[in-house]
Design a protein around this ligand. Structure first.
Ligand SMILES: Nc1ncnc2c1ncn2[C@@H]1O[C@H](COP(=O)(O)OP(=O)(O)OP(=O)(O)O)[C@@H](O)[C@H]1O
Ligand SMILES: [Mg+2]
Length: 264
C-alpha cells in the first residue's frame, strides 16, 4: 500500500519564479494496483513521482509505504521499496557497465556490496533466462556494455531490472515516450506482464489517453498539483478517449476562469 497525504511542494518560494508544484496531493494505492497517471505539462506528475522516490522532498504532507512513514527518508533508503524507469532510456542504467553488471546491481540494490563485484554464475543464469523472455536476443549479449543497446532494448532491460529489485513499487515516468510506436507497444506489453507477474504497485505516467484507459486498473488525472479525476472499475470502463480530452478542457477552462478572477 502506497499512501500520499496532502503533499505540498513549492519550488523557489518567495521569488518571482515561485511554483507550487504540489498543492495538497493525496492518493492511496492498494498493493498490486496498476494506476495510470495523466495531466497536462506542468501538472506535477514527475514531481509527484520524485516525491515518492525521495528524489525530491516535500515541504509538508506524509508519504507512507506499507504503513511506514518514508517522508524524510533519502532516495537510497527508499530504493529497497521503490524502483523507477524514466522517459530517457539513458537514465537509470550505468552505460559503462555490462548488461549483467547492471542487472546484478539492481538485484543487490539495498544490500552492502562492493561495486562491480563479480557476477556470480547462478545470477548469470537467472539473467540469461529473464533476458530470453524478451525475445530480443539479449541473452547472448550479457557482457556487452549496456550503452550499446538501442533505447527500446534499454527500456526493456530497465523493466527487467526493476523486477529483480526487492522493491514492490514501480514508478514509470513516460517510459515509452522516446520509443518508436512499435517498440513503445512492445515495452508497454512487457510492462503489463512484469507488473502482473510480480504484483507490483505501479504508477505509470503517460500522455496517451488510450494507454491511460487501456493499461492497469485505475486512471488518475493531475492538475495544478492535485488529483482532479480518479476512476476505476465500471466508471473507468465507460470512459473513452474523448471523455478524457473533454475533462482536460474542463480543468483547463476552470484554471482560465481562476486566472481571470485573479487578474480582475
Ligand atoms: N526542480 C525544479 N525547480 C523548479 N521548478 C520545478 C522543478 N521541477 C519541476 N518544477 C516545476 O513544477 C511544475 C510541475 O512540474 P512537473 O515536472 O512535475 O510536471 P509534469 O506534470 O511532469 O509535466 P510534463 O508532462 O511536462 O512532464 C512545473 O511548473 C515545473 O516547471
Ligand atoms: Mg513530467
Amino acid at each position: 500500500m502506497l499512501s500520499a497525504k496532502n503533499l505540498q511542494l513549492t519550488f523557489n518560494p518567495g521569488t518571482p519564479i515561485e511554483t507550487r508544484a504540489l498543492r495538497g496531493m493525496s492518493l492511496s494505492i492498494p498493493a498490486g494496483q496498476f494506476v495510470t497517471v495523466i495531466g497536462s505539462n506542468g501538472a506535477g506528475k514527475s514531481t509527484f513521482l520524485n516525491a515518492i522516490s525521495g528524489d525530491q522532498w516535500v515541504d509538508s504532507g506524509t508519504i507512507s509505504i506499507d504503513g511506514s512513514d518514508v517522508t524524510r527518508q533519502p532516495v537510497w533508503a527508499r530504493a529497497l521499496r521503490v524502483a523507477r524507469v524514466f522517459q530517457d532510456p539513458m537514465a537509470g542504467t550505468c552505460e559503462d557497465l555490462t548488461i549483467e553488471e547492471n542487472m546484478a546491481l539492481a538485484q543487490e540494490r539495498g544490500t552492502i556490496r562492493g561495486l562491480r563485484s563479480a557476477v556470480k554464475a547462478h545470477q548469470r543464469e537467472t539473467f540469461r533466462a529473464r533476458l530470453a523472455t524478451l525475445g530480443l536476443g539479449l541473452e547472448n549479449r550479457l557482457t556487452d556494455r549496456i550503452g550499446l543497446l538501442s533505447g527500446g532494448q534499454r527500456q526493456a532491460v530497465s523493466l527487467l531490472m526493476a523486477a529483480l529489485q526487492p522493491s514492490r513499487i514501480l514508478l514509470l515516468d513516460e517510459h515509452t515516450a522516446a520509443l518508436d510506436p512499435r517498440t513503445a507497444d512492445f515495452v508497454l506489453q512487457l510492462t503489463a506482464r512484469i507488473v502482473a507477474e510480480n504484483q507490483l504497485t505501479t504508477m505509470m505516467v503517460t500522455h496517451s489517453m488510450r494507454q491511460a484507459l487501456d493499461v492497469g486498473q485505475r486512471t488518475v488525472m493531475l492538475h495544478q498539483g492535485q488529483v482532479v479525476l480518479d476512476v476505476s472499475g465500471e466508471q473507468r470502463q465507460r470512459l473513452d478517449v474523448p471523455d478524457l480530452l473533454q475533462m482536460f478542457e474542463k480543468v483547463r477552462g476552470e484554471k482560465l476562469a481562476d486566472d481571470a478572477l485573479l487578474l480582475g
